[in-house]
Ligand binder design. Structure first.
Ligand code: NAD
Length: 704
């Protein structure tokens, strides 16, 4: 018997499944047999007594789960951090465990109220005692981890649990002697798996199958080379034998009904302190304020879900509910993350949702210089489409040229400090770039409730429109186009060749002719097919009138390209009278600027197609300046490119037959975007009909 090792157990005198606080308990209320439970517990007790000392804490009537002593607290040396149970069903166990620890000479630390931590169920020492693995996600709060590090003077590595069947760390993770680790990787998020892989070399990691995991093979007690567990597959036993361990199986299925097995039924109360080990914890916390119509806009839910989804945890410290119909609410939220990287990820997304620092916590943005042309410092803040401000020398400075996927460069000019979004390739040595996520905020106007409901683009609130709603959307887009045109505004169209194939070319040409389009951004293909149609009546060899393939027609588009190449440009071909109709003709004729951006797929290309993509991006950006509305017509490539360059505030209508494309483009978290899932030819035809009826309301009324 290794007498220096002691465990604490509690006899199952009052054990039963009385309530449901984990998935294992579901369907098992009062279904466990007391006799069998006693027998199984006795057997485990006996096995452990052969290898260690076992102390008992008296069982208490009314607290059936007290048998799971792993949740009494976390012991290191003569110090214990007492559990604070999440569920009230177990909170009554706390004083009994506290009494036992005090009577046995332990220094007891108690966490603040409302900060759950479930003891050695969620915190497992590396068996060499070098660090502590601490779980969070279901029962214990991430914010408890810094307390563990401080009170136990040990490094804490936070692991996030994501499978509710494995709600405590000890249900899916078991450090073994000599640096081995038995664990079920699928119970952890990607970040945690990376952390485990960084700390435990692959030859020491024993990853178990789901079948073993649900038999609670990780819920094992390790004493020297012995591993005691409910059950293990022959494969697992062989793996453990290879690593020098002997598995002792002891049936514990009566306790599995409550979600526990060997490890849950025991608490190792002798854990030697390693003198060379000291406190270290990478958990970070930050308090942010959210303001706006937090409840009815769903902003609070989205923010809190985001924190959890990204691997953090939160506490709402203060919630001020707007009492009047129009007044806004505010919430101060403490965000915790297991590492600085995760914190940055969470905060940058919360910033997008409009979260700001508390006024007293506001700090200047951190800046780092560019030391290699076209390369940002590692930790640079990646810009989004939302209007952004950065805090410099105590004042908030607006960021110019807002766009997605850039860096914020700060320059000192004669007019003062200028902050602007720059693409990586445009960064110059000496530019100061905003790094980290400090001193950055996005500017969101909280919409009034009425506004939200009466937005011209209010159909957006329903997200992507399906076929049934297309007509309604068309009506609203037509109305918007008319408003922008008559108000001297700017509409930019980006369109793919499908527009021509589906017979939408004539309608798009009409839109241009009637002054609804102020710039066209497209690729080589739409221009080629449009010109082919104008010159030969076919698009990719299809007769557009009769809808049938023309013999030898597939050569038509190359001939069209060849002709334009002979003239030197589309404009020259129009001038020469070679092209007399179509989208490109109307652009040239009506002085509507266009940019054709090249791609690897391009035939020819046309002389107008800009094959230098950096130049093409710059031309796109120039033509997009001042846009009020962007109509994206069946081109994933160009629409996504345009979407990334466009800040919020610009209305976008994306038409595509593929819902995934539409969702990607319209899901910008703002009411200005709308997606329409439909055939683009049909959409354009309906749009022109609607615009015509707006022009002549009388004619439309009499059903002309
Ligand atoms: N001959 C050529 O030179 C040639 C030919 C084809 C494409 N290209 C070039 O390749 C690049 C990508 O082409 P792209 O933008 O056509 O491809 P893309 O795949 O980026 O976009 C086409 C989109 O059209 C959608 N679509 C298909 N049928 C539709 C319909 N009936 N109604 C509505 N939406 C529909 C698809 O779902 C898709 O999202 C462009 O730069 C283009 O100029 C060149």
């Amino acid at each position: 018997m290794a007498s220096e090792i002691s465990f604490l157990m509690c006899a199952p005198d009052y054990y039963d499944v009385d309530y449901v606080i984990n998935p294992w308990m579901e369907g098992n209320i009062h279904k466990s047999s007391r006799d069998r439970a006693v027998q199984q517990w006795e057997q485990l007790h006996q096995i452990l007594k052969e290898h260690a000392i076992v102390d008992l804490v008296p069982s208490q009537k009314g607290w059936p789960d007290m048998v799971f002593t792993a949740n009494a607290g976390l012991v290191l040396g003569k110090t214990v951090v007492l559990s604070r149970f999440l569920h009230k069903e177990r909170q009554g166990e706390e004083p009994y465990f506290k009494q036992w620890f005090e009577e046995n000479g332990y220094k007891v630390h108690e966490l603040p109220k409302d900060l759950p931590f479930e003891g050695a169920g969620d915190a497992l020492l590396d068996r060499e005692g070098l660090w502590l693995w601490a779980g969070y996600g279901f029962r214990s709060e991430l914010d408890s981890h810094p307390y563990l590090a401080k009170w136990l003077d040990i490094e804490v590595l936070s692991l996030r649990l994501i499978d509710e069947r494995f709600y405590h760390l000890d249900t899916c993770f078991c450090p073994l002697k000599n640096g081995y680790l038995l664990y079920y990787p699928a119970a952890f998020d990607a970040y945690s798996n990376r952390l485990i892989e960084m700390r435990v070399p692959s030859e020491k990691r024993i990853a178990i199958t789901e079948a073993d995991a649900v038999n609670f093979s990780c819920n094992a007690v390790n004493v020297d080379h012995i591993v005691v567990m409910n059950k293990a597959s022959s494969g697992l036993k062989a793996q453990l034998a290879n690593a020098g361990f002997q598995v002792i199986e002891t049936p514990l299925n009566e306790f599995l009904k409550a979600g526990g097995a060997a490890k849950c039924l025991t608490l190792r109360v002798t854990e030697p302190v390693q003198e060379e080990v000291h406190a270290n914890v990478s958990v970070e916390s930050r308090i942010l304020r959210l303001e706006g119509h937090l409840l009815d806009s769903g902003l609070i839910n989205r923010s809190l879900d985001l924190i959890i989804d990204k691997g953090g945890s939160f506490q709402v410290l203060n919630f001020q509910l707007g009492v009047q119909r129009q007044s806004t609410s505010s919430a101060d939220v403490k965000v915790s993350a297991p590492s600085h990287n995760v914190m940055e990820e969470i905060i940058s997304q919360l910033i997008d949702l409009g979260a700001v620092d508390l006024p007293q916590d506001e700090r200047d943005a951190k800046l780092e210089p560019v030391v290699q042309s076209g390369v940002a410092p590692d930790d640079f803040y990646v810009t989004t489409i939302y209007s952004t401000e950065v805090r410099l020398f105590g004042s908030w400075v607006k960021v110019h040229n807002q766009r997605m996927d850039g860096a914020i460069a700060i320059t000192q000019t004669d007019h003062g400090i200028v902050a602007q979004c720059k693409l990586l390739r445009d960064l110059e040595i000496g530019d100061m770039v905003v790094v980290d996520v400090q001193g950055i905020r996005t500017v969101r106007k909280p919409e009034l409730r009425e506004q939200r409901n009466s937005q011209e683009f209010s159909f957006m609130s329903a997200g992507v429109s399906s076929e049934r709603r297309v007509e309604l959307v068309v009506e609203q887009v037509a109305w918007e186009l008319r408003k922008v045109r008559d108000g001297g505004g700017k509409v930019v169209v980006t369109a793919g060749p499908v527009v021509i194939h589906t017979g939408g070319g004539d309608h798009l040409a009409q839109l241009i002719r009637e002054g609804y389009v102020q710039a066209l951004l497209a690729g080589n293909a739409i221009a080629v097919h449009d010109i082919e149609q104008a010159m030969m009546g076919t698009s990719l060899g299809m007769d557009m009138q009769r809808g049938i393939a023309v013999r030898g027609g597939h050569r038509h588009h190359l001939k069209a390209i060849n002709t334009i190449r002979r003239y030197g440009s589309i404009a020259k071909a129009v001038e020469a009278g070679v092209i007399k109709s179509g989208v490109m003709y109307e652009c040239v004729h009506n002085h509507v600027p266009f940019c054709l951006a090249g791609s690897i797929r391009d035939d020819g290309p046309l002389p107008d197609t800009q094959m230098d993509l950096i130049k093409a991006q710059a031309e796109y950006a120039e033509l997009l300046k001042g846009a009020d509305l962007i109509l994206m017509l069946s081109t994933m490539l160009h629409s996504i490119g345009v979407g990334n360059m466009t800040p919020t505030g610009v209305k976008m209508v994306c038409v595509d037959i593929n819902p995934a494309v539409v969702t990607k483009l319209s899901d910008r978290g703002s009411v200005e975007s709308v997606g329409v899932v439909t055939d683009v030819g049909l959409f354009l035809s309906l749009l022109m009909q609607q615009l015509d009826s707006l022009t002549s309301p009388y004619v439309s009324k009499v059903g002309y």
